[in-house]
Design a protein around this ligand. Structure first.
Ligand SMILES: [Zn+2]
Length: 98
């Protein structure tokens, strides 16, 4: 069998027909655009949430420092939910922050 490499008129190289972008139906293009838009919105939401998380993390740090100056026996790591929130924030920032 002779191997012949054909080119689609759009320039996409192919040995046999491989569906690619211009073969998509209008409905397929709409669906892809919809999900591309959803993905971009999600990326913006993740960025906004990570920024808010960072701001809260910094605020908790300041509040810890103020509490320490008011009560030298105060240990942030023994503050229960406050400390857990800080750790959760750190984890979220490591995963989703810049
Ligand atoms: Zn093509």
């Amino acid at each position: 069998m002779e191997y012949t490499k054909k080119m689609c008129p759009c320039g996409f190289p192919q040995s046999w027909h491989i569906p690619h972008e211009h073969d998509q139906t209008d409905r397929e293009k709409e669906i892809i655009e919809h999900f591309r838009g959803t993905y971009e919105e999600n990326q913006k939401a993740i960025k906004a949430l990570a920024d808010a998380c960072k701001a809260q993390h910094d605020a908790i740090d300041v509040l810890f420092a103020k509490l320490i100056t008011l009560d030298e026996s105060f240990l942030p790591s023994k503050s229960g939910k406050l400390w857990e929130a800080l750790l959760e924030g750190n984890e979220a920032l490591e995963t989703y922050g810049e």
